[in-house]
Each structure stands twice: as structure tokens, then as C-alpha cells.
Write a protein that binds this ligand. Structure first.
Ligand code: N01
Length: 539
């Protein structure tokens, strides 16, 4: 046992992150009688919904599945205002949960965990924060989020720009007054799209620097009245069962429809019907072939391309907004509201930075190979180092003192079901690489399932009088092989995106999320638990 371990406060578990997963993790560990200390870099709870307060931030899973299931009282008392609530409402919900279940006092806020070292003789993690505190914990739960480590690509002469630069994932709580200003946005993923469609009507000039156009679906976002809310609350138990039994943790799932056998008219009617739902159902509630079969995928791609062209007045601009280099759904499909109409406004300009790349920042804005764009404020909607990023940014040292970051860089990312990593006993993660939660899941569905598994596992180890658990070599090898096999059956690896890790320079190109279905993943996790963690080493 090292000196650091003996002098530090001893607890059962440290939970890093106070988002959906971390809050539930603390709640569940306490229920199971384990002592717990949470750390959160932000000033309060919320995770993604604390950090991402950029203009237009909004959930695109339906509110009635973007919630906790563990308390019927909570479900019955909370009123969602609309189908896809904006960021302040989800943040308020998470604060309500933190207060109602007395979760807040187990977190230390404004505190970043910077390092955690496994002490193999004590079988404990020595966890260090940026306030130089040290805690010794038997279990370490990384609930650090799949999309929380901002990606800020370096542009030449970055520091020259005199205006304000801000990443969407670090938007200031007090907001920024952008009215009438010259605003630039780099990035047209789900975040950029929300920012652009929201700012277009109010800023002076909006310049959008687009590298890759994305497929989108128009969001249908009705307000809920009391009757709608009552019906959703009455159906909550059934809804919980439903989301736990679908491919992506949503209430809709793949349908048994032979689209290719239909007449052109019937096929169009079917696509129109899916599209009209105004949700991600057009994608992951349609047919599985959309992700597996080039010809089916092309039908979806062409359908959405036509929808985009019809909304943009200038045909040249329309062509820029139509995806050219990938198939529908092989990257994350954003929901949008009047996004394309923004490009019909005279104050909005689209710059194709694939054709005319950004050459450098200047004192007054951005220079592309085509000219200068003056800006007061530049918004980076450039995404995140997903899945592994937030975990690897902490100095985690395993059994033989090896760094997880270096290990993943040298040997490739490896995990067992995105829950544990061989060589790092008692380290657990949510939304980790090679789990559905890393990308292909309605996040609350999958992180609640993962937290249930993790906390059951930790409680099992403790109750059995043992000290440490980690995956054996074979189970980890088998999971990775299975993950890769399923990944390569899909069309997703054919394109670049954060799904593939290819948005980050130098990162391994490999599908981050398990593509075999959240329901199948849950069954596999349940089986492990039922077999008392067969294939794991318990010491
Ligand atoms: O990030 P992204 P995001 N020069 O990586 C561009 C979730 N989310 O924050 O595509 C120029 O998707 C990059 O271009 P390219 C959701 O899961 C959910 O938008 O790499 N451009 C791309 O356009 C989502 O998928 C909601 O060619 C550069 C953009 O920046 C995930 O978060 C809302 C560049 C990054 O897009 C991430 O979305 C919002 C460079 N050097 C987000 N580097 C909900 O609705 C990057 N880009 C709940």
C-alpha cells in the first residue's frame, strides 16, 4: 500500500461527472450502501446539459424517453413542455432530480479529477483532483460523457484573431450578446445546425464555414398539453420496457418492411410517412437495411437530397448543402428547424471550406483560399473527441503503472463491452468505446442500463468479500472481435465522422459504438451478471 493510499480518505467509490450517468451512479451506489464521492468539473449538475448551453441547444430524443425511470413519483410529478425540449428544460430537470434525491451533496463541484492510480497491493484507486485533494476509492466510475472533451482544431495564426472565440460545448452561463454582430460558425454537425438556424434571424451577418454537408430530418416539436402529458405518464412503465428492447434505446425500432419490393409510389408514401414523424424515426425507426445495404441506403439518401434542394432558393447553395461523400445515416443525422431557410436570408453566407480551405485566422476574421471574412465572434461547433476522449484526458494508471491513454494509443482502444478495460481493475465507464451508448443509443436508456450493471457488479464484489474485478483476456478479445465484426457489417466505416474517431488527428480509425443493438447488448450484460461475471477475474 502506498503512502498516498494510506493517508487519503477511504471510500467505496468515486464517481467522475454529474451528468445523467454520474447522478444516477451516485444514487444507485448509495442505495446499495456504498460510500461515494462525486467530482464534477462544472459548477453544478447536468453534464452535457450544463456545458452545452449554446443558442438553440435542444435534445433530439423525445422528452418522454429522455428521462430517468427509477422513480415513478418523479415521472408523475415532472411536466415536459414539448416533445423535444430545449437545453434549459433538461438542465432544470436534472437539477430537480439532484435536489429531490439528495444527490447534490455527494458531489464536489468546480473540481476536475486529473489522475487516478491503481494501487495493486491495496486494490484501490488513488484519485487526485486539480485542487490537490486525494481520495482512495475501491471503485472508480468514469461518467465523463461520450461527447464532453471539446475538439478545438488548431488553425494557422489562431491567436491573431482579436474577436471572441468560443466552443459550443463551453458556452458561458451568462450568454453572449450576438445581436447585430458579424458571427462565424465552423462546423455543420448536429450542434452547428442548431446554432446556425437559431442565430440566423438575429445576428448582423452569419458566415458558415462548412466542410461536410449532412443529411437532416425536420424536427416536429409539438407542445404538450395536460392530456398529452397524462397519457405519457400513464404509459411510462410500458415505455420503459419498450426502450429497453429496441436497437437504439428509442421507442421506435427497425420495421419489417420490404421497401425495395414496393412500387415507386408506395415506396415514396412509406418514406414520406417515416419522414413526417419529424424524429430520428426516419433513420433508426425505419429499416435496418438503411445502415447495411448500399442500394437501400441510396434510396434514403436520394429522398433526403430532394427535400434539401426543394428548400434552398439558390441552386448553387442548395448543391453545397446536399451531402456528396457519404450515405444517409452513416454519420449522425441531426434534426433541424428552418435550417435550410436560413441560407435563403441575405445576411447568411455559406463558405465551402473543402473547396476553399481556411488558410489562417487574421486579426479581423478568417482567411480562406478564396478571400477574407470579417468576424466579431467565431463559434467553434467542431465537436468532440468522442468516446475515449474524456477518459484519456485523465492520467489513469493501471496494474503495472501503465497509462490508459498510452495503452490505447499504442495497442488500440480496448474495452470489454465499454464497461471495463483489462489491466485497470475496478475501473468502470459509461458511454465507453464499444458499447451502444458511445453513439447508437438514446443516452438515458443506455447509461441507466450501464449504471445498473456497474453498481450491481461493484456491490457483488464488495458483498462477496473480494476486492477487485477486471475482464479476463479472452472475454475482452472476444468482445472486440465481435464488435469489429458487427461494425464491418454496416456502412458506417465507409465514411469519416466522430463515430469512427476520424474527426481527431492521430486517433485510431475504428467504429466507437457497438452496432449490434442496445437490446442485444443489454441481454449480454444481464447474462454476465447472471453467470456471476464469468470470464472476469475477481480477486
Ligand atoms: O460535432 P460533429 P457536433 N475545419 O463532430 C467540423 C451530439 N449532439 O458537436 O464533418 C472545418 O458532429 C466538422 O466537419 P467534418 C450528437 O450525437 C446532440 O455537431 O469533419 N470544419 C463538422 O461539420 C452529435 O453527433 C444534439 O468535415 C471542421 C463539425 O465541425 C454530437 O453531439 C445536439 C474542422 C463537427 O461536427 C457531435 O455533434 C448537438 C476543421 N478543422 C450535438 N474540424 C442533440 O440534439 C471539425 N469541423 C441532443
Amino acid at each position: 500500500m502506498t503512502a498516498a493510499t494510506t493517508s487519503a480518505r477511504q471510500i467505496d467509490a468515486v464517481v467522475v461527472g454529474a451528468g445523467f450517468a454520474g447522478m444516477y451512479g451516485v444514487h444507485r451506489l448509495r442505495e446499495k450502501g456504498l460510500s461515494v464521492q462525486g467530482f464534477e468539473a462544472g459548477h453544478s449538475v447536468g453534464g452535457t446539459w450544463y456545458w452545452n448551453r449554446y443558442p438553440g441547444a435542444r435534445v433530439d430524443s423525445q422528452a418522454y424517453i429522455y428521462q430517468y425511470w427509477f422513480s415513478d413519483e418523479l415521472i408523475q410529478e415532472w411536466d415536459w413542455s414539448e416533445r423535444f425540449p430545449a437545453q434549459p428544460e433538461t438542465e432544470k430537470y436534472l437539477n430537480h432530480v439532484a435536489d429531490k434525491f439528495d444527490i447534490r451533496r455527494f458531489f464536489q463541484f468546480d473540481t476536475r479529477v486529473v489522475a487516478a492510480i491503481w494501487d495493486d497491493s491495496a486494490k484501490r484507486w488513488t484519485v487526485r483532483t486539480d485542487r490537490d485533494e486525494v481520495v482512495s476509492a475501491r471503485f472508480l466510475l468514469m461518467c465523463t460523457g461520450g461527447l464532453s472533451a471539446p475538439n478545438t482544431p488548431p488553425f494557422p495564426n489562431h491567436e491573431a484573431f482579436r474577436g471572441q472565440i468560443i466552443h459550443t460545448g463551453r458556452w458561458p452561463k451568462d450568454g453572449i450578446d450576438l445581436a447585430g454582430k458579424k458571427v462565424g460558425v465552423i462546423g455543420t454537425g448536429a450542434t452547428g445546425i442548431q446554432v446556425i438556424q437559431t442565430l440566423a434571424p438575429s445576428v448582423g451577418q452569419l458566415t458558415v464555414f462548412q466542410r461536410t454537408a449532412n443529411y437532416t430530418i425536420p424536427m416536429r416539436n409539438p407542445k404538450y398539453d395536460d392530456a398529452a402529458r397524462a397519457a405519457l405518464k400513464a404509459g411510462a412503465k410500458a415505455m420503459e420496457r419498450q426502450v429497453n428492447n429496441t436497437f437504439a434505446g428509442f421507442d421506435y425500432d427497425w420495421q419489417d418492411v420490404d421497401l425495395m419490393a414496393m412500387s415507386p409510389e408506395a415506396r415514396k408514401r412509406q418514406l414520406d410517412a417515416w419522414y413526417a414523424d419529424g424524429s430520428l424515426g426516419f433513420w433508426i425507426g425505419s429499416i435496418q437495411g438503411v445502415l447495411m445495404d448500399e442500394s437501400i441506403n441510396a434510396v434514403f439518401s436520394d429522398f433526403v437530397k430532394r427535400k434539401i434542394r426543394a428548400r434552398v432558393r439558390d441552386p448553387k447553395v442548395a448543391e453545397l448543402l446536399v451531402p456528396r461523400d457519404h450515405g444517409f445515416g452513416t454519420r449522425r443525422v441531426p434534426l433541424e428547424t428552418r435550417y435550410y431557410e436560413a441560407f435563403n436570408q441575405s445576411n447568411v453566407k455559406l463558405v465551402d471550406v473543402k473547396a476553399t480551405p481556411i488558410v489562417s485566422f487574421t486579426e479581423h476574421g478568417i482567411r480562406t483560399s478564396d478571400g477574407d471574412y470579417p468576424l466579431d465572434v467565431l463559434i467553434f461547433a467542431t465537436g468532440f473527441d468522442a468516446g475515449s476522449g474524456a477518459i484519456a484526458r485523465i492520467d489513469l494508471r493501471g496494474e503495472s503503472g501503465q497509462s490508459l491513454k498510452d495503452d490505447w494509443a499504442k495497442n488500440g482502444i480496448h474495452t470489454t463491452m465499454g464497461l471495463q478495460v483489462r489491466g485497470y481493475p475496478n475501473l468502470f465507464m459509461t458511454m465507453g468505446p464499444f458499447s451502444p451508448a458511445a453513439a447508437f443509443c438514446n443516452v438515458p436508456t443506455c447509461v441507466q442500463q450501464q449504471i445498473d450493471w456497474i453498481t450491481d457488479c461493484a456491490a457483488h464484489v464488495k458483498a462477496s468479500g473480494r476486492q477487485a474485478i477486471q475482464p479476463g483476456a479472452e472475454i475482452e478479445r472476444n468482445w472486440i472481435a465481435h464488435h469489429d465484426e458487427v461494425a464491418n457489417m454496416t456502412l458506417v466505416p465507409k465514411t469519416n465522422s466522430w463515430y469512427m474517431g476520424s474527426n481527431i488527428a492521430g486517433k485510431e480509425r475504428r467504429l466507437l459504438a457497438y452496432a449490434g443493438g442496445a437490446q442485444n447488448y443489454r441481454i449480454a450484460c444481464d447474462a454476465l451478471k447472471a453467470k456471476q461475471y464469468e470470464g472476469f477475474e475477481i480477486a
